[in-house]
Ligand binder design. Structure first.
Ligand code: PLP
Length: 223
């Protein structure tokens, strides 16, 4: 069995049922994705539009692609109809562009709202207050071709386990506050994407329904 297939099988044993695995294949060649596919993995995550569009035609059509990187508005159109989930909506403007492009393409875009709680200043996303205010404003009701399926977030990049857990707890808390607000009447708001190679078990303990694992499956990336 290949190392990639072994890693997939191990993860499948470790990840509780009900939690989905996105294999983050960014910076790895189509051949590596094929190995994971042969081991039964169908959900893959990419962070750059050009890379996703280059690999996609080389690979089986039943792969479910997730876009997980910072998305520029001028590249949104190229993703329409090609990805199952855009996990990284980090501004309201991007969300509006996605909605307009999805409408023009005649598709429904499925998205997660990216929440920023980590200490790093460079990370993208809504602050908890911004995201809560967005929903409280009910501006999501204007979306015509976009389904907001939940929240994506990352913990601080640190060895401090308490800090990582606190970050995930904060993300999960915002997610549940929105999900459980009956006045919003959201349907299908049921995805909490958090946890990567180094911290996914903590993320799952804190309520993740989707984990995004790259290095643990494919090895180190050559940037
Ligand atoms: C690269 C990336 C991952 C995967 O990280 P690993 O540490 O390699 O598992 C997960 N989520 C996002 C948003 C990423 O950009």
């Amino acid at each position: 069995m290949s190392r990639i297939a072994e890693a997939i099988e191990e993860l499948r044993r470790e990840i509780p049922s009900g939690v989905e695995l996105v294999a983050v294949s960014k910076f790895h060649p189509a051949e590596a994705i094929e190995e994971a596919y042969a081991a039964g993995q169908r959900r893959f995550g990419e962070s750059r539009v050009q890379e996703l569009l280059r690999k996609q035609p080389l690979l089986p059509a039943d792969i479910e692609w997730h876009f997980i990187g910072h998305l520029q508005t001028n590249k949104v159109r190229q993703l329409m109809g090609r990805v199952a989930l855009i996990e990284s909506v980090d501004t309201e403007h991007l969300l509006d562009v996605i909605d307009s492009e999805a409408r023009h393409a005649g598709v429904t875009a499925r998205v997660l709202m990216q929440l920023h709680v980590a200490r790093e200043e460079t990370k993208f996303g809504f602050s908890p207050d911004e995201l809560l205010a967005y929903f409280a404003s009910r501006r999501f009701e204007r979306l015509q071709a976009t389904h907001i399926c939940g929240v994506m977030g990352m913990a601080s990049n640190t060895d401090d386990a308490d800090r990582v857990r606190a970050d995930f707890r904060r993300i999960a808390d915002v997610y549940r506050t929105i999900r459980d607000d009956a006045s919003l009447a959201l349907r299908g708001f049921d995805t909490l994407s958090m946890g990567m190679s180094g911290d996914w078990p903590t993320a799952v303990e804190e309520g993740a329904t989707l984990v995004r694992v790259g290095t643990r499956i494919f090895g180190e990336r050559d940037y």
